[in-house]
Design a protein around this ligand. Sequence first.
Ligand code: GTB
Length: 215
Amino acid sequence: MTPTITAFANSPDRGAGLSRDMRVRWALEEVGQPYDVRLVSFRQMKEPAHLARQPFGQIPTYEEGDLVLFETGAIILHIAERHPHLLPDDPDARARAISWMFAAVGTVEPPILELQTARFAEGQESWTEQRLPQVKDRIRVRLGQLALRLGDSDWLDGAFSAADIMMVHVLLRLKPSGLLDEFANLAAYCARAQARSAYQRAFAAQLAVAQAAAR
Ligand code: GTB
């Protein structure tokens, strides 16, 4: 059955690949699962039909028959459980990969989101400039810890997995800030992931939506 995901009809990142549907597209491309996309406007995201799928009025969602999922971590875990190659077969390695998926959204993403909030939602506040150095330092702490653990490995724990999809996509949001480039192995890790053909197909698909919206 072909799943349907939702994505922004008009993504605020204009096709830079930073919206979270990109993670789901990438996972689906990695496993070779074709998918349909339902584009939603900001207004539609807050209407009952979409709220029934995503109680917080956000994208992406994932529909497969009667199954409706939200939260990218859960969606990608579901895809990885239904298809080979995105999680290790060995139960312990699988559990470790899932730990990294949680770490991406629960430990690494929150300080990065704080920077987005400081820049975009609170950018006009008088105290924002004073706050930014602390926000950036909190990110550097996390990136330093992650960089230490990654070392010169290609991927987080053995072979490429769903954990790398989650972590790389979280890290990519930092690119415009320059913070990622302070950690050479993390920048190389992201570049390695972005060179994957599945990443590139997913990126092209979401960019095509943004380009069509701009016409
Ligand atoms: N925890 C949820 C998940 O992982 O699925 C978070 C979902 C989420 O925040 N979705 C965003 C959304 O729907 C889309 S990605 N926001 C609308 C709302 O909350 O009302 C948001 C996004 C846009 C642009 C960039 N960027 O340019 O860097 C990054 C992220």
